[in-house]
Design a binder for this molecule. Sequence first.
Ligand code: GAR
Length: 225
Amino acid sequence: MSEPVSALVPLPPRRRIAVLISGRGSNLEALVEAMAAERWDARIVAVIANRPDAAGLAWAAARGLPTAGLDHRAFAEREAFDAALAQAIDASGAELVVLAGFMRILSDGFVRRYEGRLVNIHPSLLPAFAGLHTHRRALEAGCAFAGATVHLVTPTLDHGPIIAQAVVPVRPDDTEAGLSARVLAAEHRLYPMALRWLIEGRLALDAQGRVRPLDGQPQGLFFES
Ligand code: GAR
């Protein structure tokens, strides 16, 4: 049965985006390319990396995006790093905070500050395989399907309301490298799709705190191979 409309609490549009990365930044690239190709009414106001040598940071700077390197090793405490991070995000005027391969655990205070506007992509079908080495663990478990999940971030690592998932079949002869490359290609389709919904205010939370698209879009992408 579909939810009565009154039970849904819409998530407001958020058009100014900060993207947090730690490395390669291929999801950032996919986002920037989708925004340009589809002429989104939205803007990336900051790309911030916790590793100043992150390849994605150089890519973003070369594209003329505002970038900042904030080396977490310069901070003795996680909370101090998170406070500096929040300061950089807020100074940019960002409304939506997008984690795109950001490999730092964020403190509860940081997560609460951006509640409902902090989003992550994780390379597994959550709630299976939170944490690291997701593809290796999916292969070891004999999973027939792997994939990726876009979700709102809550203080529990790799949990939080699911916005969308991509399902990728595991091949009988799969390797960790092969599976992870195919899931990454799926991520590059999934994350821009889900972010566009968020940016344009096309999502809501239901009475159980689950994310529901207001226009009834399917929340899954299926890949054949
Ligand atoms: C992506 O596969 C992303 O899902 C994963 O890191 C990779 C970043 O790639 N994120 C996590 O594991 C977060 N728990 P990218 O830098 O090329 O976008």
